[in-house]
Design a protein around this ligand. Structure first.
Ligand code: SF4
Length: 336
């Protein structure tokens, strides 16, 4: 379901923009039913009040909790069943963050990502994206939403922008706490600055070598690392938020001295943070996780050269932490 379809339905039931906002606020913030009921009966038109239980039920059915997998780091991976039975993952992050999925599967096919192995199965609708937030808010407060789960948000741009607009208004999330994560697509750099809610931007860099990037991200748009950083810098200066460059560290692949020099060349003086995340080993994938000591040494060397680098664990990595692994496991046929 699109949020716009929901809005049209509310309007057809007599809602004015304030009523509409009130219903969207109750839903997206998962406000307690009792407070909601009182407000609803006082302030909404009668046809809408009559229809509201059915609408509430439909919205709850957009994203239901299939299973929850707490990690040792305070995160929790949620396997979420969408209305048509498809499964996606959301991750409750430490410090009130939530990572949501924007597609079932993904067409980019990054060679280090389980989600990329399935190809694109379907888009996640804007209301289904917000429903992941509403579901998470029944468990914990959510003050930050990162669009870094399954899928490439740039390939589902209309739905993601609609969800961002709602979350940044009725959903009560600060605009810089909405983080659009992409491999880099020219449409993103055209669309994001025009939106009423401008999210922060995370760009998947992973290497400073154009040829290696083509191998690692085989169906990403053919922007060179230089072009990507140039476009990112323009957006960072326009919004006042630094770009978060993502770097999945693969042992022996993108952790060489040449790469470190490349990063220094590319990011020196840029309004940027480099997030380094050691690869989470996945059975059957041709990559190895580097030791934490090695990763920490790379981060220290970059820091000394003036690059703001944060070394991060993939959240909940003790519970099949790589994006798409929970879904893949849930869909494996049971062994007899
Ligand atoms: Fe898609 Fe992101 Fe996985 Fe790449 S890392 S295949 S963009 S979900």
């Amino acid at each position: 379901m699109r949020i716009e379809t929901l809005r049209q339905r509310l309007r057809a039931l007599g809602a004015n923009p304030r009523h509409e906002q009130r219903v969207l606020r109750l839903w997206s913030q998962a406000l307690p039913q009792t407070a909601g009921k009182r407000q609803v009966e006082h302030f909404l038109p009668a046809p809408l009040v009559a229809e509201l239980p059915a609408i509430t039920e439909e919205l709850a059915a957009l994203a239901r909790l299939e299973s929850e997998h707490p990690g040792e780091d305070g995160s929790a991976r949620l396997l979420v069943r969408l209305g048509d039975g498809q499964l996606v993952e959301s991750v409750l992050l430490p410090r009130d963050g939530l990572c949501v999925s924007t597609q079932v599967g993904c067409a980019v096919g990054c060679t280090f990502c389980m989600t990329g192995t399935t190809g694109l199965i379907r888009q996640v609708g804007s209301a289904e994206i917000v429903a992941q937030v509403a579901l998470a808010r029944t468990k914990r407060p959510v003050k930050k939403v990162v669009f870094m789960g399954m899928g490439e948000p740039a390939h589902n741009l209309d739905n993601v922008m609609e969800a961002i607009e709602l979350l940044g208004t009725a959903g009560n999330i600060g605009h810089k706490n909405l983080v659009f994560s992409t491999v880099g697509d020219p449409r993103v750099f055209e669309t994001l600055p025009r939106g009423p809610v401008k999210p922060a931007l995370a760009l998947s860099l992973h290497t400073t070598r154009a040829d290696l990037r083509e191998q690692l991200l085989p169906r990403a748009p053919r922007l060179t690392p230089e072009e990507l950083v140039e476009a990112g810098e323009t957006y960072a200066r326009a919004t006042g938020y630094p770009i978060q460059y993502q770097w999945t560290l693969l042992d022996g692949v993108n952790d060489s001295d040449d790469e470190i020099e490349g990063i220094v060349r590319l990011l020196s003086g840029r309004y940027a943070i480099l997030n380094m995340i050691p690869f989470n080993t996945v059975e059957g994938m041709p990559y190895v996780r580097p030791s934490w000591e090695k990763a920490a040494d790379i981060a220290r060397r970059l820091h000394r050269r003036g690059i703001l680098t944060k070394l991060r664990q993939s959240a909940g990595q003790d519970v099949d932490g790589g994006c798409g692994q929970l879904r893949a496991r849930a869909q494996k046929p049971e062994r007899p």
